[in-house]
Structure formats: structure tokens, C-alpha cells
Design a protein around this ligand. Structure first.
Ligand SMILES: [Ca+2]
Ligand SMILES: [Ca+2]
Ligand SMILES: [Ca+2]
Ligand SMILES: [Ca+2]
Length: 447
């Protein structure tokens, strides 16, 4: 399918979605805090953004709070735009607060001067959400001392209408019930999702514990509170809205034996079959990563689970970062089979195991119109062979950020839908056109 269609549909679907906010497993809403108790220490007035001198030869680089000196130029050279140049000095155009998209902080203007973009109101911090922009570190919800925490959702928009590329942040407080080592992780979350665990709401002081080997482990005292910031990217027209899974558990020594719970139990940054301690186990051949197991059924018309999926397989056709539903199916006999979803399918791919190779992949949109196309795969499968079918949702009318396909269909391939197979909701010939959208059907409707 063409990208033009993708973008048109993304524009259409983009307006249907709404951020739906987080839920704890079991559907209980997170308790909102009517008032955040006063922090024990005054909040920082500025949060630096990560900067370095990499790719820069000279001049100052600002992290939004202070400036980093990247050196000076040789005799007869000028530093312009962090590059040393000789000869005629080109006209230098200084940066402005507008070009930097800043409403707070002090920055080099790129031409040797500095610009002052203002200070934040009381209670606000420069860089709380967006770099160089005033914001407040309000706590979104209190998770108490519950264990385990399994929270999923989309980070909330702050302030104005969401815009393309807007950064989002939710802040959750959680209190350690006893002294110990805990895993706080967003493993399996969607694209552009990341967490920061701090001892204050702005996370200006990071919680202790993480190492390169165990980046999700934290050592906490009984009664100690941490503030987990869940960041995301609120791209509005794009179809890659962030979603997250936040887990807090007591750290295990190993992932072994816990390969199917969608939790990074040992805090090493990988979960389940994606952790080396699980990947070679028999469970991770196909069983551990399937949401639904159909057995040797034919035809298959299986409803898929609701809620947010995980972004683990990352099929390699089209943009990555969709929530996924995974079905394990075993062919009852050798044959040529058609695989497709219903409703708002974005992509479908086949795999021969949780960590196995991708066998085939297709993307598309369920668009009403002349180019109506349902992503579909046609493949020969031997009797007794098991395949994992990964379906990816698109933003749809169920108002989830990544509306899921309702069902997966697997059936035997025939050369043409023709008469008699045009009302069964199956793409019998595997051409991406279902029933009255297939030109081979007498009830074909040209939209
Ligand atoms: Ca792990
Ligand atoms: Ca696990
Ligand atoms: Ca049909
Ligand atoms: Ca067809």
C-alpha cells in the first residue's frame, strides 16, 4: 500500500482518538490527589536538558540552566553556530526565545551573546515538561504502597490542546512498604515512552539503585516515597501516540520461571522471552508470548482481548510502535491459508516463535473507499506447524489510542471469492478485499 493512503487515513483517524487516562489492572481508577502535600524540600527552579559538545567545535551550549563551554577557535577564526569559520564573516542571525521555543531560562544566542527568556512563576519549574518551558510538577495520582503495581494508559496532556510533537508527563507517587529492592519499569510500552524515577515530584534527584546491568532496580527504605514520571510523545496527527505499562514489583534475582507475566522481574531492562534467561526455554518457543491460543482450529474467527497491548515484536514492515495482539495457531492439516483481521487492523505478521524469525508481514488500513484494503497474508503451512500471528491496531473508533482489531480470521485460500463467498466477512482469496469490496463479488460496491 502507498504512504499517501496511510497519511490520509492517519489524518482521519487522528481526530477520533482521545486520551483515555490510566487504569490499574482490574479497571480501578487511580486515585487523583486533590491536593499535593507540600514537599519536604523546595523544588528546583530549573531542570537541565541533556546536552554535550559532540558535533560542536566552539562556543557555549546551554542545558537550559547553565552553559557548557565547547572551546574557542584558533587565531583569525570566528565561532558561529558552534563551528569555527575563517574568511569573510557571514552575517550571524542570533537565536531568539521564539526560535528556541523558550519561555524561561538563559541561552547563548549563537552569535556570541546571550538571551534571557524569562523566569517561571512561583511553583513552576523551567523544563518541567518541555525543555525551556515553564511547567509544574503536579502529582497525577497516588499508588499508595500497593504491590505489584500494574498500571497502563496514555500520559495526560498538560495545559493547552495537544499538538504535534508535544511532550507529556504523568507523575505517580508510590511508597515502599518495606526496605528492599524494587523494579520500577515501563518495559513493553509503546514508542516514545520513558520513565524517570525521582525522590521529588520533578525528579531533580533520582532514586538510588539503577546500574547499567540493572537499570530498572531501585533500593528503597520502608516508607520512602518515589515519584515516577511517565513521559510520552503526544503526536496528534501521527499515529504513534504513546502508551505505557508501568510495573512496580519486588526485584527477583532472575527472570527465570517468570517468562510470561509481561514484567521485567529482575530489573535488567528486558522482560519475559526478551530476557536472555528466558529466551531459550521451551515456554518461549511459542507459548509464553501468545495472548490467545486457538489450538488446531479451522476456520479461525477468534475475538482478541481488549485493553492496551504491548509493543514487543516490532514487525519490520511500516512504522513500528503499535500495540500488538498475539495469537498462537496450529495448522490441523497442510494447506494454503489466509490470515487477516477484522475492523481497524494496521498490520499483520507471522512468526515461527517468540524470539523466532518473522515469516511475513503486511500493513494497510481498513479504509472505506476505492482503495479499501485489509492487510492480509497468504502462506503455506504444514500439518502440525504452529505460527504466531501478530496483529497491530490502528487508532480507531473505540477511542483507544491504538484501537485494536476485533478479531483474527484464518481460513483456507481459494482462487476467487466469486459467488457464494461474498458475505462471509472473509477475504477468501487473500487479495486484501473482503466481500462487497472485492471486484470478483457480484455485490461489489465501488465506493
Ligand atoms: Ca528481565
Ligand atoms: Ca517476566
Ligand atoms: Ca468473502
Ligand atoms: Ca478478496
Amino acid at each position: 500500500m502507498g504512504w499517501g493512503r496511510t497519511l490520509v487515513l492517519a489524518a482521519v483517524l487522528g481526530w477520533w482518538g482521545v486520551a483515555c487516562g490510566p487504569t490499574l489492572e482490574g479497571g480501578a481508577p487511580v486515585e487523583a490527589l486533590p491536593e499535593d502535600p507540600p514537599p519536604s524540600e523546595p523544588p528546583p527552579t530549573c531542570l537541565p536538558i541533556p546536552v554535550s559538545c559532540e558535533g560542536k567545535r566552539c562556543g557555549l551550549v546551554s542545558d537550559g540552566c547553565t552553559s557548557l563551554d565547547c572551546g574557542s577557535c584558533g587565531e583569525g577564526e570566528q565561532c558561529i553556530g558552534n563551528v569555527c569559520t575563517t574568511g569573510t564573516k557571514p552575517e550571524c542571525v542570533p537565536e531568539t526565545c521564539h526560535t528556541l521555543m523558550a519561555n524561561c531560562g538563559e541561552y547563548p544566542d549563537g552569535c556570541g551573546g546571550t538571551i534571557q527568556c524569562g523566569t517561571c512563576a512561583e511553583g513552576e519549574v523551567c523544563g518541567a515538561h518541555l525543555p525551556r518551558w515553564c511547567g509544574s510538577c503536579d502529582v497525577s495520582g497516588d499508588l499508595g504502597s500497593s504491590l505489584p503495581v500494574r498500571l497502563e494508559g496514555t500520559p495526560g496532556y498538560r495545559g493547552s490542546t495537544p499538538q504535534y510533537g508535544e511532550h507529556l508527563r504523568d507523575i505517580y507517587r508510590w511508597t515502599a512498604p518495606r526496605t528492599g529492592t524494587y523494579v520500577i519499569s515501563n518495559a513493553g510500552s509503546g514508542p516514545e515512552s520513558w520513565v524517570k524515577v525521582g525522590l521529588d515530584a520533578c525528579a531533580s534527584t533520582l532514586a538510588p539503585g539503577p546500574t547499567p546491568e540493572h537499570p530498572n532496580r531501585y533500593h528503597l527504605e520502608a516508607g520512602q516515597s518515589v515519584y515516577v514520571s511517565v513521559f510520552g510523545d503526544g503526536r496528534w496527527l501521527g499515529h504513534v501516540r504513546s502508551f505505557f505499562h508501568l510495573n512496580i514489583v519486588e526485584a527477583a534475582a532472575s527472570e527465570q520461571g517468570q517468562c510470561a507475566d509481561r514484567i521485567d522481574n529482575d530489573g535488567d531492562g528486558t522482560l519475559d522471552c526478551w530476557d536472555a534467561e528466558c529466551s531459550a526455554t521451551a515456554e518461549c518457543q511459542v507459548e509464553a508470548c501468545a495472548d490467545v491460543k486457538t489450538g488446531p482450529a479451522l476456520p479461525v474467527h477468534v475475538q482478541l482481548p481488549k485493553g492496551l497491548g504491548y509493543d514487543l515484536f516490532k514487525p519490520d514492515c511500516g512504522p513500528q510502535g503499535r500495540d500488538e495482539r498475539v495469537v498462537l495457531w496450529t495448522a490441523p492439516k497442510s494447506g494454503t491459508y489466509v490470515f487477516h483481521g477484522s475492523e481497524h487492523v494496521y498490520g499483520i505478521s507471522l512468526r515461527n516463535g517468540c524470539r523466532g524469525e518473522q515469516l511475513a508481514c503486511d500493513i494497510g488500513y481498513e479504509v472505506q473507499g476505492a482503495q479499501s484494503y485489509t492487510p492480509v497474508l497468504v502462506r503455506q503451512v504444514a500439518a502440525g506447524e504452529s505460527v504466531l500471528i501478530v496483529l497491530q491496531g490502528s487508532e480507531g473508533i473505540d477511542h483507544r489510542p491504538f484501537g485494536i482489531p476485533e478479531a483474527l480470521l484464518v481460513h483456507e485460500w481459494v482462487p476467487s471469492e466469486g459467488e457464494g463467498l461474498c458475505e462471509d466477512k472473509q477475504d477468501n482469496d487473500g487479495d486484501g478485499r473482503v466481500d462487497d469490496r472485492d471486484p470478483s463479488c457480484p455485490n461489489y460496491v465501488e465506493w
